[in-house]
Design a protein around this ligand. Structure first.
Ligand SMILES: [Cu+2]
Length: 295
Protein backbone atom coordinates (compact mmCIF):
# COMPACT_ATOMS: atom_id res chain seq x y z
CA UNK A 1 0.00 0.00 0.00
CA UNK A 2 2.71 2.39 1.02
CA UNK A 3 4.92 1.40 -1.90
CA UNK A 4 2.05 1.69 -4.36
CA UNK A 5 1.27 5.24 -3.28
CA UNK A 6 4.90 6.32 -3.58
CA UNK A 7 4.94 7.23 -7.31
CA UNK A 8 1.73 9.23 -6.93
CA UNK A 9 3.27 11.10 -4.00
CA UNK A 10 6.41 11.73 -6.05
CA UNK A 11 4.41 13.19 -8.92
CA UNK A 12 2.40 15.33 -6.52
CA UNK A 13 5.56 16.46 -4.78
CA UNK A 14 7.20 17.38 -8.06
CA UNK A 15 4.12 19.29 -9.14
CA UNK A 16 4.25 21.28 -5.91
CA UNK A 17 7.98 21.77 -6.41
CA UNK A 18 7.59 23.19 -9.89
CA UNK A 19 4.49 25.21 -9.03
CA UNK A 20 6.20 26.98 -6.17
CA UNK A 21 9.70 26.90 -7.65
CA UNK A 22 9.84 30.66 -7.89
CA UNK A 23 8.88 31.17 -4.26
CA UNK A 24 11.50 28.67 -3.13
CA UNK A 25 14.21 29.69 -5.53
CA UNK A 26 16.06 31.96 -3.13
CA UNK A 27 15.36 30.05 0.06
CA UNK A 28 18.53 29.08 1.89
CA UNK A 29 17.00 25.95 3.35
CA UNK A 30 16.00 22.45 2.22
CA UNK A 31 12.51 22.01 0.83
CA UNK A 32 10.16 19.01 0.70
CA UNK A 33 10.77 16.89 -2.42
CA UNK A 34 13.74 18.99 -3.33
CA UNK A 35 15.74 17.86 -6.34
CA UNK A 36 19.42 18.73 -6.56
CA UNK A 37 21.41 20.92 -4.22
CA UNK A 38 20.21 23.95 -2.30
CA UNK A 39 20.38 27.18 -4.24
CA UNK A 40 24.00 28.36 -4.29
CA UNK A 41 24.64 32.03 -3.50
CA UNK A 42 28.44 32.08 -3.42
CA UNK A 43 30.97 31.48 -6.22
CA UNK A 44 32.00 28.24 -4.48
CA UNK A 45 28.42 26.96 -4.14
CA UNK A 46 27.67 27.80 -7.78
CA UNK A 47 30.81 25.92 -8.86
CA UNK A 48 29.82 22.92 -6.71
CA UNK A 49 26.38 22.97 -8.29
CA UNK A 50 27.89 23.07 -11.78
CA UNK A 51 30.35 20.23 -11.01
CA UNK A 52 27.53 18.15 -9.52
CA UNK A 53 25.44 18.54 -12.67
CA UNK A 54 28.46 17.93 -14.93
CA UNK A 55 29.28 14.68 -13.10
CA UNK A 56 25.64 13.62 -13.21
CA UNK A 57 25.71 13.82 -17.03
CA UNK A 58 28.96 11.80 -17.24
CA UNK A 59 27.68 9.17 -14.79
CA UNK A 60 24.38 8.85 -16.63
CA UNK A 61 26.00 8.48 -20.06
CA UNK A 62 28.47 5.84 -18.78
CA UNK A 63 25.75 3.88 -16.99
CA UNK A 64 23.44 3.86 -20.01
CA UNK A 65 26.33 2.92 -22.32
CA UNK A 66 27.35 -0.06 -20.14
CA UNK A 67 23.73 -1.12 -19.72
CA UNK A 68 23.25 -0.95 -23.51
CA UNK A 69 26.36 -3.06 -24.12
CA UNK A 70 25.19 -5.66 -21.63
CA UNK A 71 21.72 -5.89 -23.13
CA UNK A 72 23.27 -6.22 -26.59
CA UNK A 73 25.49 -9.07 -25.37
CA UNK A 74 22.54 -10.86 -23.71
CA UNK A 75 20.53 -10.77 -26.93
CA UNK A 76 23.18 -11.13 -29.60
CA UNK A 77 25.65 -13.53 -27.96
CA UNK A 78 23.60 -15.91 -25.87
CA UNK A 79 24.13 -19.65 -26.58
CA UNK A 80 20.98 -19.91 -28.67
CA UNK A 81 21.58 -16.89 -30.89
CA UNK A 82 25.31 -17.49 -31.23
CA UNK A 83 25.99 -21.27 -30.96
CA UNK A 84 29.58 -21.08 -32.29
CA UNK A 85 31.45 -18.46 -30.22
CA UNK A 86 34.36 -16.48 -31.62
CA UNK A 87 37.80 -17.57 -30.35
CA UNK A 88 39.27 -14.04 -30.51
CA UNK A 89 41.06 -12.94 -27.32
CA UNK A 90 42.65 -9.64 -28.32
CA UNK A 91 41.63 -6.52 -30.18
CA UNK A 92 44.29 -3.84 -30.09
CA UNK A 93 41.98 -1.03 -31.15
CA UNK A 94 39.42 -1.87 -28.46
CA UNK A 95 42.05 -2.28 -25.75
CA UNK A 96 43.61 1.10 -26.52
CA UNK A 97 40.16 2.70 -26.69
CA UNK A 98 38.94 1.35 -23.35
CA UNK A 99 42.15 2.56 -21.72
CA UNK A 100 42.44 5.98 -23.34
CA UNK A 101 38.77 7.03 -23.21
CA UNK A 102 38.45 6.51 -19.41
CA UNK A 103 41.71 8.44 -18.92
CA UNK A 104 40.30 11.34 -20.93
CA UNK A 105 37.07 11.23 -18.88
CA UNK A 106 39.05 11.26 -15.62
CA UNK A 107 41.14 14.20 -16.83
CA UNK A 108 37.95 16.03 -17.78
CA UNK A 109 36.70 15.47 -14.23
CA UNK A 110 40.03 16.23 -12.54
CA UNK A 111 40.49 19.68 -14.11
CA UNK A 112 37.30 21.30 -12.73
CA UNK A 113 37.66 19.33 -9.46
CA UNK A 114 41.08 20.83 -8.78
CA UNK A 115 39.93 24.30 -9.85
CA UNK A 116 37.09 24.03 -7.33
CA UNK A 117 39.45 22.79 -4.63
CA UNK A 118 41.75 25.76 -5.18
CA UNK A 119 38.81 28.16 -5.21
CA UNK A 120 37.67 26.77 -1.86
CA UNK A 121 41.00 26.43 -0.11
CA UNK A 122 42.93 29.40 -1.52
CA UNK A 123 41.43 31.96 0.85
CA UNK A 124 41.23 35.41 -0.78
CA UNK A 125 42.04 38.66 1.02
CA UNK A 126 39.07 39.12 3.32
CA UNK A 127 36.87 42.18 3.81
CA UNK A 128 35.95 40.99 7.28
CA UNK A 129 36.58 38.12 9.66
CA UNK A 130 34.17 36.22 11.88
CA UNK A 131 35.36 33.77 14.48
CA UNK A 132 33.17 30.73 15.04
CA UNK A 133 33.50 28.55 18.14
CA UNK A 134 31.62 25.28 18.57
CA UNK A 135 30.65 24.80 22.19
CA UNK A 136 30.45 21.56 24.19
CA UNK A 137 26.96 22.65 25.27
CA UNK A 138 25.84 22.24 21.60
CA UNK A 139 25.63 25.79 20.36
CA UNK A 140 27.80 28.27 18.48
CA UNK A 141 29.63 31.37 19.65
CA UNK A 142 30.44 34.10 17.13
CA UNK A 143 32.96 36.91 17.47
CA UNK A 144 33.38 39.93 15.19
CA UNK A 145 36.93 41.17 15.90
CA UNK A 146 36.71 43.77 13.08
CA UNK A 147 33.98 45.63 14.97
CA UNK A 148 36.32 46.59 17.77
CA UNK A 149 38.03 45.01 20.75
CA UNK A 150 37.61 45.47 24.48
CA UNK A 151 40.59 46.38 26.66
CA UNK A 152 41.20 42.71 27.42
CA UNK A 153 41.44 41.92 23.69
CA UNK A 154 38.06 40.20 23.42
CA UNK A 155 35.72 41.19 20.60
CA UNK A 156 33.11 43.84 21.43
CA UNK A 157 30.52 42.04 19.34
CA UNK A 158 30.42 38.45 20.55
CA UNK A 159 27.42 36.27 21.15
CA UNK A 160 26.21 32.70 21.44
CA UNK A 161 23.51 31.52 19.09
CA UNK A 162 21.01 28.94 20.36
CA UNK A 163 18.32 26.83 18.73
CA UNK A 164 15.03 28.71 18.54
CA UNK A 165 12.50 26.67 20.58
CA UNK A 166 9.69 25.02 18.63
CA UNK A 167 6.93 27.28 19.97
CA UNK A 168 8.95 30.40 19.09
CA UNK A 169 9.76 29.05 15.62
CA UNK A 170 6.07 28.40 14.95
CA UNK A 171 5.13 31.83 16.24
CA UNK A 172 7.74 33.51 14.04
CA UNK A 173 7.01 31.29 11.02
CA UNK A 174 10.63 30.17 10.71
CA UNK A 175 11.91 26.60 10.26
CA UNK A 176 12.31 24.78 13.57
CA UNK A 177 15.74 23.09 13.94
CA UNK A 178 17.23 25.62 11.48
CA UNK A 179 16.34 28.95 13.06
CA UNK A 180 18.36 30.42 15.93
CA UNK A 181 17.60 33.00 18.60
CA UNK A 182 20.28 35.44 17.39
CA UNK A 183 21.48 35.03 13.82
CA UNK A 184 24.85 35.76 12.28
CA UNK A 185 24.71 38.90 10.11
CA UNK A 186 27.09 39.59 7.23
CA UNK A 187 27.16 42.10 4.37
CA UNK A 188 26.36 41.04 0.80
CA UNK A 189 29.13 40.82 -1.82
CA UNK A 190 31.90 40.96 0.77
CA UNK A 191 34.52 38.31 1.28
CA UNK A 192 33.96 36.98 4.77
CA UNK A 193 36.71 34.89 6.26
CA UNK A 194 35.72 32.48 8.98
CA UNK A 195 38.16 31.21 11.53
CA UNK A 196 36.65 28.20 13.15
CA UNK A 197 37.52 26.26 16.25
CA UNK A 198 35.87 24.37 19.07
CA UNK A 199 36.04 24.84 22.80
CA UNK A 200 39.37 23.34 24.04
CA UNK A 201 37.44 21.17 26.49
CA UNK A 202 34.92 20.28 23.84
CA UNK A 203 34.13 18.11 20.88
CA UNK A 204 34.38 18.33 17.11
CA UNK A 205 31.51 20.11 15.34
CA UNK A 206 31.25 21.29 11.75
CA UNK A 207 29.97 24.66 10.58
CA UNK A 208 27.93 24.29 7.43
CA UNK A 209 25.79 26.39 5.13
CA UNK A 210 24.77 24.41 2.03
CA UNK A 211 23.85 27.56 0.07
CA UNK A 212 27.38 28.88 0.65
CA UNK A 213 28.97 25.56 -0.39
CA UNK A 214 30.67 25.52 3.00
CA UNK A 215 31.41 22.77 5.47
CA UNK A 216 34.35 23.01 7.81
CA UNK A 217 35.21 21.18 11.01
CA UNK A 218 35.42 23.01 14.33
CA UNK A 219 38.17 21.10 16.12
CA UNK A 220 39.29 21.69 19.74
CA UNK A 221 42.79 23.17 19.79
CA UNK A 222 42.91 23.82 16.06
CA UNK A 223 42.03 26.89 14.04
CA UNK A 224 40.48 26.13 10.65
CA UNK A 225 39.69 28.78 8.10
CA UNK A 226 37.24 29.11 5.28
CA UNK A 227 35.55 31.89 3.35
CA UNK A 228 32.42 32.87 1.50
CA UNK A 229 31.16 35.73 -0.58
CA UNK A 230 27.38 35.70 -0.56
CA UNK A 231 26.08 37.46 -3.65
CA UNK A 232 22.38 37.51 -2.75
CA UNK A 233 20.68 38.99 0.28
CA UNK A 234 18.56 36.57 2.27
CA UNK A 235 18.40 34.13 5.15
CA UNK A 236 20.55 31.02 4.90
CA UNK A 237 20.41 28.06 7.23
CA UNK A 238 22.73 25.23 8.13
CA UNK A 239 23.29 22.68 10.86
CA UNK A 240 26.23 21.17 12.68
CA UNK A 241 27.48 18.50 10.30
CA UNK A 242 29.81 16.45 12.47
CA UNK A 243 28.22 13.90 14.77
CA UNK A 244 29.03 15.56 18.08
CA UNK A 245 26.79 14.05 20.71
CA UNK A 246 23.31 14.07 22.10
CA UNK A 247 22.30 17.55 20.89
CA UNK A 248 23.96 17.31 17.49
CA UNK A 249 20.61 17.86 15.79
CA UNK A 250 19.87 20.96 17.87
CA UNK A 251 22.67 23.38 17.02
CA UNK A 252 21.50 25.18 13.89
CA UNK A 253 23.21 27.98 12.03
CA UNK A 254 21.33 31.01 10.69
CA UNK A 255 23.04 33.66 8.58
CA UNK A 256 21.39 36.84 7.37
CA UNK A 257 23.06 38.37 4.33
CA UNK A 258 22.09 42.04 4.20
CA UNK A 259 23.12 45.21 2.36
CA UNK A 260 26.27 46.97 3.46
CA UNK A 261 24.26 49.85 4.95
CA UNK A 262 22.02 47.49 6.92
CA UNK A 263 25.05 45.60 8.16
CA UNK A 264 26.69 48.83 9.32
CA UNK A 265 23.50 49.82 11.16
CA UNK A 266 23.27 46.37 12.78
CA UNK A 267 26.95 46.46 13.78
CA UNK A 268 26.58 49.90 15.36
CA UNK A 269 23.57 48.74 17.34
CA UNK A 270 25.35 45.52 18.37
CA UNK A 271 28.29 47.53 19.72
CA UNK A 272 26.23 50.05 21.63
CA UNK A 273 22.95 48.40 22.63
CA UNK A 274 23.63 44.65 22.59
CA UNK A 275 23.09 41.76 20.22
CA UNK A 276 19.38 41.18 20.85
CA UNK A 277 18.54 44.84 20.34
CA UNK A 278 20.63 44.79 17.16
CA UNK A 279 18.70 41.74 15.93
CA UNK A 280 15.31 43.35 16.64
CA UNK A 281 16.45 46.59 15.03
CA UNK A 282 17.69 44.76 11.90
CA UNK A 283 14.55 42.61 11.60
CA UNK A 284 12.29 45.67 11.94
CA UNK A 285 14.32 47.47 9.27
CA UNK A 286 14.18 44.50 6.87
CA UNK A 287 10.46 43.93 7.48
CA UNK A 288 9.72 47.58 6.77
CA UNK A 289 11.44 47.12 3.39
CA UNK A 290 9.56 43.86 2.75
CA UNK A 291 12.80 41.87 2.83
CA UNK A 292 11.97 39.59 5.75
CA UNK A 293 8.99 37.28 5.61
CA UNK A 294 9.04 35.98 9.18
CA UNK A 295 6.78 37.24 11.95
CU1 LIG B 1 27.98 19.72 16.68
Amino acid sequence: MKIASRPAATVAGMAVLFASGAAWAAAGQPEPWQLGLQDGVTPVAEFIDWLHNFLLVIITVITLFVLGLMLYIFVRFNAKANPVPSKNTHNTFLEVAWTVIPILILVAIAIPSLRLLYLQRDIPVADMTVKVIGNPSWNWTYEYPDLGLNDDGSAKVSFTSYLKPKADAERDNVPYLLATDVPVVVPVNKIVKLIITSDPEGIIHAWTIPSFGMKIDAVPGRLNEDWFKATREGVYYGQCSELCGKDHAFMPIEVHVVSEADFAAWAEKAKTAGIEEARDFLFAMLKAKGQLAQN
